[in-house]
Design a protein around this ligand. Sequence first.
Ligand SMILES: Cc1cc2nc3c(=O)[nH]c(=O)nc-3n(C[C@H](O)[C@H](O)[C@H](O)COP(=O)(O)OP(=O)(O)OC[C@H]3O[C@@H](n4cnc5c(N)ncnc54)[C@H](O)[C@@H]3O)c2cc1C
Length: 442
Amino acid sequence: MTDKIDVIIIGAGIAGITTAYYLQKNFPDIKYKIIDSRSAVGGTWDQMRFPGVRADNDMYTYGFSFNPWQGPIIGKGQDIKNYINDTAEKFNIKKNILFDTKVISSSWKINQWTTKTNHKNFTSQYVIFCTGSRDRDKPHLPKFKDENKYQGKIVHTQNWGDTDYKDKNVTIIGSGCTAITMAPSIIKEAKAVTLVQRSPAWIINIDSHEKSSRRYKTFEVLKDYISSRFFKKSLRKRIIAADPYYNEATTPSYDYWDQRPASSLDQDYFRAVESSNVTIERVGVSNWETRGIKLQNGKVINSDVTVMATGGNAQLLGGIDIFVNDKKININDTSWYRGMMFSGLPNLFAHAGYINFSWTARCEIVNERICKTIKYMKTNELSSCTAKYLGEKSKPSIQANYVLRAMDKFPNRTYKFYQNYFVEYLIFKWSKINDGALDFKR
Ligand SMILES: Cc1cc2nc3c(=O)[nH]c(=O)nc-3n(C[C@H](O)[C@H](O)[C@H](O)COP(=O)(O)OP(=O)(O)OC[C@H]3O[C@@H](n4cnc5c(N)ncnc54)[C@H](O)[C@@H]3O)c2cc1C
């Protein structure tokens, strides 16, 4: 069975709900459907259930501009999920969501997309991928020798399930945003906790009572990021001098903002690691033992539960098979047009976030641009719009392992994707839709 619709949106997380909002606002009569394999709205915020899960950056910019967040500056995971759901209800978006439905492939032929799912198929003029940036089924799980020897539980933060850690010996492997966020919650209830952090991270502290505004936070975050690019060495020295937490063992080898800094809330991480039942090991893992892990310095850590806070595997377009005129597309052979289209894929848009600013803020400006593109096509009676293969050889946007590991999954060229909200805000607003990098057809 095949249904005909104007636009198919894949994913009902922040990007999917933002996309639906902008489509409805700009085209009140448009027919769209959001397809999601999950049973609820929220995407990341429905999936992530590890203790202490929360946003890393302020909700003034991470919230929707069209339905401002009313809670504290840092949102908790469950509250963000409820907020996305409430937004979908408030703007009558929920009735257009098809839950528990997995998209298998999207194929472009004879001027339309056919989206195949495990239930039914759809044809549409446009498809908008709101599938996030992570492989939601396969997280990054580094392999250590002798895993089958270990008799405790291994859990990745992405698949927390009902993991019980109360009164248990817990080891947390990882030093990124997730490890820093979850450690204070785990430490409250576990018997003893060992943090294995081969390479320390920059950690900024956020005051949960801070009051600000969307405009000021936008300015502040971008100012900090841009100055960190120009004054790398002096900023590094200034942070280390100002904060007694940083010493030889706790200072990252990379510069501030070469990777996204982790955040502590009201000093929770710094206080938690001072507790007497917490040990920090700054060395890599060698292998599994029956009752725990052995470190590269020979020390054995006993643990009932070993938490892999080792991050995700980057993935574009949800791992969905894409075909154009029956030819399967390898995204690595394409060019990434303004971080929102791929060369050779007509009428297909996709959201991607920033490494240095709120994901939602970019979703909003990209959606405005998508709507402008569709309006331009309607006005000029055009049926397709395809990005050309242009741009520079792609470079990692940030020196983070999850990005470096995934370079062969990204387009091999990048055309005008600036990783800078301020620049993109102006360009998306003022630059011409027919900018010479798109092929339009009647
Ligand atoms: C712990 C944590 C904290 C974070 N904090 C911040 C922060 O403070 N600021 C920030 O900017 N970013 C943060 N992020 C990044 C975060 O992922 C994004 O901000 C945002 O939630 C991504 O939204 P999305 O809608 O694009 O994708 P997702 O939330 O990943 O949603 C994608 C949806 O697409 C669906 N989908 C995918 N493939 C298919 C398919 N084949 N068929 C059907 N459905 C499919 C999935 O089921 C999912 O529901 C954080 C991430 C994590 C994990």
